[in-house]
Ligand binder design. Structure first.
Ligand SMILES: NC(=O)c1ccc[n+]([C@@H]2O[C@H](COP(=O)([O-])OP(=O)(O)OC[C@H]3O[C@@H](n4cnc5c(N)ncnc54)[C@H](OP(=O)(O)O)[C@@H]3O)[C@@H](O)[C@H]2O)c1
Length: 280
């Protein structure tokens, strides 16, 4: 049984499949084939970004797979170099053109880049897109508690989603608690710790006990706590097994044992300081 049919309801009513495919670091020339393959094995949720420079390939994959557009949940993200009200509206149009779609299901501000002081204007632009029904849901990524609190102080619409780094070694409990308080769905990026989480002896022992893979254990730990996950893989076999979580139900002790793997170490960039324009 797979988790590909399970959805989480977002603010505004859109349904996001709880397991999606992430395509960070999938080369542009491979993106079409990877997305086509993912849709062929049943994925209905793809997570890309302008900064990944593979939106055109993702779009080609969506078309080649032949799955009706309305059955696939497509997310992309605004890169830092496009922040600001007008620039955000332009960047959204460019993303739609590269993907070859009329609208996104979810558009995210990729990073707050607080030093630039522009994410607030970008949020207003996303609200404009939402209010004119040009996008189904809007959200943020890499937003910390302080950014969420500031956003809530002026926004007309709260984010549907905050996409953040979460894996056993880096669990972001404070940010997750803030999201839960504001009914913002948490999407875990790097959900497998970019592979590192799969090396843990705790995870491996649980996997052996359930006769599943370490990746399935880590993904079950996420989804049993209500998070959306977007594991990246270019392997068809792993696409299938990463979504095959239906029969796996970790016990409270097992969930707690994984909770104890927290080290507080990020794999990715720090949202307080990451300021790269992301435009290549
Ligand atoms: N918003 C942001 O700032 C941000 C930042 C980072 C990532 N993301 C999103 O989150 C997605 C996932 O994060 P990520 O790519 O950083 O890391 P991840 O999904 O935690 O890990 C991906 C790595 O794990 C391997 N892998 C996948 N399934 C596996 C399995 N079943 N067994 C063993 N290894 C497996 C992959 O290798 P193979 O490909 O060789 O299978 C790849 O090396 C990205 O693609 C992107 O969409 C967002």
């Amino acid at each position: 049984m797979t988790r590909l049919e399970t959805t989480v309801t977002l603010r505004g009513g859109a349904e996001i499949p709880q397991v999606g495919l992430g395509v960070f670091q999938v080369p542009p020339e491979q993106a079409q084939q990877v997305v086509e393959e993912a849709l062929a094995v049943g994925y209905r949720h793809v997570d890309t970004a302008a900064a990944y420079v593979n939106e055109s390939g993702v779009g080609a994959g969506l078309r080649a797979a032949g799955v009706p557009r309305e059955e696939v949940f497509v997310t992309s993200k605004l890169r830092n170099g496009d922040q600001g009200y007008d620039a955000t509206l332009r960047a959204y149009d460019d993303t739609l053109e590269r993907l070859g779609v009329d609208a996104l299901d979810l558009y995210l501000i990729h990073w707050p880049n607080p030093a630039a002081g522009l994410w607030q204007d970008s949020w207003r632009a996303l609200e404009t897109l939402l209010e004119s029904s040009r996008v189904r849901a809007i959200g943020v990524s890499n937003f910390l508690v302080e950014h969420l609190q500031e956003l809530a102080s002026f926004a007309t619409h709260l984010p549907a989603v905050n996409q953040i780094e979460v894996h056993p070694a880096f669990q972001q409990r404070e940010v997750i608690a803030e999201c839960e308080r504001r009914e913002i769905v948490v999407e875990a990026y790097s959900p497998l710790g970019q592979g590192a989480a799969l090396e843990s002896s705790v995870v491996r022992e649980i996997a052996t006990a359930h006769e599943v893979t370490p990746a399935q254990v880590v993904l079950a730990w996420h989804v049993q706590q209500g998070r959306v996950v977007i594991p990246k893989t270019t392997s068809r076999e792993r696409m299938v097994s990463n979504a095959d979580l239906g029969g796996l139900d970790l016990g409270a002790e097992e969930l707690r044992a994984i909770d104890f793997l927290e080290t507080g170490e990020r794999l990715g960039n720090d949202p307080r300081t990451f300021a790269l324009s992301q435009i290549r």
